[in-house]
Design a binder for this molecule. Structure first.
Ligand code: MGD
Ligand code: MGD
Ligand code: SF4
Ligand code: MO
Length: 733
């Protein structure tokens, strides 16, 4: 870790300790009972290993209790993902437990949907209400008419419940609004996707190319640590981003690309590498299918051709192509993660996959390793009922290369009733109002429902639309399913409670089990409590819960992860090779080799709206966390300095943004900067809450989601490209 980020980490842990100390002084007024679970005495320091849930990376953590009160959370040194260090968000995790705006008891709606008027009910009443509605929906429409949206491992028991009920309509925005096109592009090329945590061997790379993926603001912990390590070891970094990101500050080459033109750059890079025969010739001879075809196609896409498209000078395109080729095979063109940008995202991801193939990085040290895991059997549940109707999200296989359920497909079916009606939604740990593009469509779908159940920890916007809200214990207060990780070394980790929930909140497994009983599905939850479930799974692999509780981690034996170490070098594609030419794409009517289309230009006076992450926040889930808000309590709109001057704006002014469809944002603070191109603006995602019950987070900053009324659907897999909205400035606030 470089010195700047190390300082930042220290500053942040200092801040959270101070704040949590202050909070624990008043803990009695905030929480019913913060007392120690895993020991008798409430005196002194207790350490309880668990794993983090401020995002879904699942870093191993240690929760510290001081005199029975939650004090701080640090990295678990035993854990291969955190390597003893949490990111700033994970360190601020204590704020989730102490948040005074938390949901406290189950709620049932008492007026119109979305008005946020509730009666507080008992768990029994809430489950009775839900079960009656579910049975009615099942009788009228069939069990498939209940869908589940769920993000993160906490959703596992609800997934099990919904499958037991007879529906496979289960989806998360982490697919069609996030990594879906990347998975499709890589699978079409190599026969496998890059999974999560990504199989990127960042720490061993000699050259790292970041296309958008803004590591350092995107704080996926292991990747950021490995990125710092690679830089210390002298790796050269190439950053392609319309905005000078934190990562760009570490780059040898920074390419301020015109938004939406990355495919042109990728084609030009591949043109140089192929024409000058600086690719990995042995690797290509051994593994490639359709290379000749590809090589003749790529001839036309010279750096001179790409220059007017991308704004990147031919000389710089050549220099960076040489840099990428020179470091082969330790040249890692990062696949990105949030890649739903312009609707041609699977093809852009395929171009990234092909560039990696040219330099032979797939399966090689410093490129992409093959992740391994421990073999922990699943719980032997009874078989799920078979659905005759199948899934609702992708009628007639409209998106032939989708590998998971498409959130927006379920939403569309809920609006249209095709291919069959969807009448009930369960929403677990995903704030669909902020996560799906076009809020109006989401609300339209919700209005067609007979039942909306939201399981959350705070009164999020989606909870505001619910019929029933179920308050969950935060991750520091509960067990979850085992994390059987796929990584460069095999390990399992445990989430276990460090403190009790302060009010009526309950863990997901308990809710799913109770509801199963009400629905006559108790036999799908044959264990009495989650400890019994976890212990059963662990014992069937020769371990025990007692053993895992001690350190929170059990590691397996080292296994080969590169081709050189003996990993099977076959590819699960139709040809068994790396597909430079894809017959299956051609047969389905798509470009067999990635093709570039010009992005739409912003209308006069408008700027393309770009968005991304801030190091101290996760999505729209941390703006009520007082520790993290202490570090950043609103977002800003990045505007190019010259553009700002033209509008008479200086940093610190407040404006509103108006998009192409006339939607106007909350007021947002201006950041006038040279660090962004003149044709786009940038803001951090997740702010601008409007739920009335989010007393603290409400109206702090503006919401990108609200302005994303337009989206372009990826024809291969149904993902929603969201970087296709334009905004202008309203100076009167
Ligand atoms: N702190 C923090 N870290 C997180 C998360 C979080 O919420 N908070 N979320 C996690 C999750 S789930 C994900 S998916 C990742 C997302 O993180 P990434 O995958 O890194 O997200 P991107 O959308 O690739 O990155 C946004 C960057 O892309 C740039 N960009 C926008 N348009 C273009 C373009 O047309 N071309 C190019 N080359 N660049 C462009 C933007 O300027 C911005 O710098 O972050 C993960 N890490
Ligand atoms: N406009 C826009 N849309 C996006 C993105 C973007 O950058 N901009 N990013 C996309 C990406 S990359 C992704 S991965 C998705 C992420 O999408 P989501 O995962 O849906 O992210 P959030 O909007 O933060 O919703 C998380 C919800 O979970 C709740 N929650 C937090 N902890 C718990 C818990 O312990 N239990 C329960 N039950 N609930 C909990 C939070 O309060 C919040 O309401 O969004 C996608 N959509
Ligand atoms: S990356 Fe940060 S927020 Fe995500 S799990 Fe790890 S420590 Fe927690
Ligand atoms: Mo994501």
């Amino acid at each position: 870790m470089n010195s700047i980020s190390r300082r930042k980490f220290l500053k942040i842990s200092g801040a959270s300790i101070a704040l949590s100390a202050a909070l624990s002084g008043t803990a009695g007024t905030i929480t019913k009972n913060s007392s120690l679970l895993n020991g008798g005495s409430a005196k002194g320091i207790q350490k309880i290993p668990t794993y983090c849930d401020i995002c879904f990376w699942k870093c191993g953590a240690i929760a510290y209790l001081k005199d029975g009160n939650l004090w701080k959370v640090e990295g678990n040194p035993e854990d291969p993902l955190s390597r003893g260090r949490l990111c700033p968000r994970g360190t601020g995790g204590v704020g989730a437990h102490y948040d005074p705006d938390r949901l406290k008891s189950p709620l049932i709606r008492k007026s119109e949907r979305g008005e946020e008027k509730w009666v507080s009910v008992t768990w029994e009443e809430a489950f009775d209400f839900i079960a009656v509605k579910m049975k009615k929906i099942e009788k009228e429409y069939g069990p498939e008419s209940i869908a589940l949206f769920s993000h993160g491992i906490g959703g596992n028991f609800f997934k099990h419940l919904i499958k037991a009920y007879g529906s496979t309509n289960i989806s998360a925005p982490s697919y069609a609004q996030c990594r879906g096109p990347r998975d499709t592009g890589f699978k079409l090329t190599f026969g496998e996707d890059v999974s999560s945590p990504e199989r990127t061997d960042i720490k061993n790379a000699g050259c790292i190319v970041l296309i958008g993926s803004h590591l350092g603001e995107n704080m996926h912990n292991t990747q950021v640590q490995e990125f710092a390590e690679a830089i210390e070891n002298g790796a050269s970094v190439i950053v392609v981003d319309p905005r000078f990101s934190v990562a760009a500050g570490k780059a040898k080459y920074y390419l301020p690309i015109k938004p939406g033109t990355d495919i042109a750059l990728l084609l030009a890079w591949m043109n140089v590498i192929v024409e000058e025969k600086i690719y990995d010739i042995n690797y290509i001879n051994k593994y490639a299918f359709g290379f000749e075809h590809f090589a003749s196609y790529i001839k036309q896409f010279t750096p001179e051709w790409a220059y007017p498209e991308t704004g990147i000078e031919p000389d710089l395109i050549r220099k960076t192509a040489y840099e990428i080729a020179k470091n082969k095979p330790k040249s890692l063109i990062h696949p990105g993660r949030h890649v739903t940008w312009y609707g041609d995202d699977s093809q852009r991801s395929r171009a990234i996959a092909l560039l990696n193939a040219l330099v032979g990085s797939w399966g090689r040290k410093g490129g992409f390793y093959f992740p391994v895991s421990m073999d922990i059997p699943k719980y032997p549940y009874p078989e799920y009922p078979k659905s005759m109707k199948g899934k609702v999200d992708n009628p007639d296989n409209k998106f032939p290369f989708s590998n998971e359920t498409i959130t927006n497909g379920i939403r569309e079916a809920t609006i249209t009733g095709n291919p069959y009606p969807v009448k009930g939604w369960f929403v677990y740990a995903t704030n669909l109002i902020h996560a799906l593009p076009n809020e109006e469509e989401t609300i339209k779908a919700i209005k067609n429902l007979d039942l909306l159940v939201v399981i959350d920890v705070i009164p999020s916007e989606i909870a505001g639309w619910a019929d029933v809200v179920l308050p969950e214990s935060v991750y520091l207060e509960r067990y979850d399913d085992l994390n059987v990780e796929w990584f460069r070394e095999p390990f399992i980790s445990l989430r276990q409670p460090a403190v009790e929930s302060p009010h009526e909140q309950k863990p997901n497994w308990w809710m799913a089990k109770k509801l199963a009983d009400k629905l006559g599905l108790g036999h799908y939850f044959p264990w009495n409590n989650i400890e019994e479930y976890l212990d059963f799974r662990l014992k069937s692999a020769g371990y025990s819960l007692e053993q895992l509780k001690k350190k929170g981690i059990i590691k397996g034996d080292k296994q080969p992860v590169y081709f050189d170490e003996g990993v099977d070098d076959t590819f699960d594609t139709p040809t068994g090779k790396i597909e430079f030419y894809s017959v299956q794409l051609a047969e389905a009517g798509f470009d067999p080799i990635p093709h570039y289309t010009k992005p739409d230009e912003p209308p006069a006076g408008y700027f393309r709206l770009l968005f991304g992450r801030a190091p101290v926040h996760s999505f729209s889930r941390t703006q009520s966390n007082r520790v993290l808000m202490d570090m950043m309590n609103e977002n800003e709109i990045w505007i190019n300095q010259n553009i700002a001057e033209r509008y008479g704006l200086v940093s610190g002014d407040y404006i509103r943004l108006k998009n192409q469809d006339g939607v106007v944002s909350n007021k947002i603070k201006v950041k006038a900067t040279e660090r962004i191109r003149t044709d786009c603006v940038y803001m951090v995602h997740g702010f601008g809450h409007n739920s009335k019950m989010l007393k603290f987070a409400k109206d702090k900053g503006a919401s990108d989601a609200q302005l994303i009324t337009n989206y372009k659907v990826d024809p291969l897999m149904g993902g929603t490209g969201m970087n296709v909205n334009f905004v202008t400035f309203e100076l009167e606030v």
